[in-house]
Design a protein around this ligand. Structure first.
Ligand code: HSE
Length: 313
């Protein structure tokens, strides 16, 4: 078999209080990736549907992640191989739901299978993080980890890289709104403060610890109370139209809480159960309808598997 079809999921980074360390994977939307092994060295991007991505290969996330994997694989081998790639981008770049991570995670996951699984998941995460580096200027792992591991993940440490998968409560559902405005991750990172107050650190650490406890206990009230970010959200919220109105109105009708998805502009809210999540998504529509901003909404469970191979070609 020389080819593979991959579904690579959208992801929500930060999980409100866990900037750069927490993230989870969504069932919808996802990118479709076709990858073919070739005896010609190098990587050829044959077709990209659904989005215009950088033509310069060194700025293209999928290319850079795959190249990182190939560099390692081809090193010390007599037979140098390459790949051909087709991407169907259903996750809009710049949406804040891990579009670049889906491309990066999907290609390295597929390449690893085509090569006979020479790399473990932690190595795949590292290759995919190289894609994130070109996209946002920082090799953050909070989107690529849940994309590759599925479910909810925690980056305990970046140096050395130490990532763990957390328990996912059975009834946790996600509502997402993607306002079609552009926020570059690099810009959304540059506006953040480099130093924080001790009092804010204490509050944030309490929330992160309690959120993880709430996930394991499947304690939705504790999860709800822990969905608070006193460090990043107060700075970034100004970039997103009607952000606080969304939060207040969605919580009023039963959402557990939520916040900015990654660096925005998407906003996510969590609910217990599909029924409440759908009501919350409808509320998001109602808040955005009068604003004259194009937007898209999704309702999704948490995707416990992450990136998947759906067929060999
Ligand atoms: N943790 C990153 C950030 C995610 O918030 O900048 C970017 O998608």
């Amino acid at each position: 078999m020389n080819g593979i079809k991959i579904l690579s999921p959208a992801t929500v980074a930060n999980f409100v209080c866990g900037f750069d360390i927490l993230g989870f994977s969504l069932q919808f939307p996802f990118d479709e990736i076709f990858l073919y092994k070739s005896n010609d060295p190098g990587i050829r991007m044959n077709r990209i549907y659904g989005s215009k991505l950088p033509e310069n290969p060194n700025k293209n996330v999928a290319f850079v992640a795959l190249q990182a994997l190939l560099n390692k694989y081809n090193n010390n081998k007599n037979k140098i191989i390459g790949f051909e790639l087709e991407l169907i981008k259903n996750i809009h770049p710049g949406s804040g739901i891990g579009s670049s991570a889906a491309s990066a995670a999907g290609v390295v996951f597929g390449a690893n299978i085509l090569l006979g699984n020479p790399f473990n998941t932690m190595q795949l995460i590292r290759f995919a993080m190289e894609g994130e580096r070109v996209s946002s200027g920082t090799a953050h792992a909070d989107n690529v980890s849940p994309a590759l591991l599925g479910g909810i993940t925690l980056v305990r440490s970046y140096q050395p890289l130490d990532i763990t998968k957390l328990h996912c409560p059975r009834e946790l559902w996600v509502s997402i709104i993607h306002p079609k405005i552009e926020i570059k991750t690099s810009d959304a990172r540059n506006i953040l403060k480099q130093k924080i107050l001790m009092t804010d650190a204490i509050r944030q650490l309490g929330n992160i610890g309690a959120l993880v406890a709430g996930l394991y206990q499947e304690n939705y009230e504790l999860i709800s109370r822990s969905l608070e970010d006193v460090i990043v959200e107060p700075i970034r919220a100004i970039l997103i139209p009607a952000f606080y109105e969304l939060k207040i109105k969605c919580k009023k009708i039963g959402a557990l809480g939520g916040g900015i998805s990654g660096s925005g502009p998407s906003v996510f809210m969590l609910s217990k159960g599909n029924y409440t999540a759908k009501k919350v998504t409808e509320m998001m529509n109602r808040v955005y309808d009068p604003l004259r901003i194009d937007y898209k909404t999704y309702t999704s469970p948490i995707n416990k598997k992450g990136v998947q191979c759906i067929k060999m070609i």
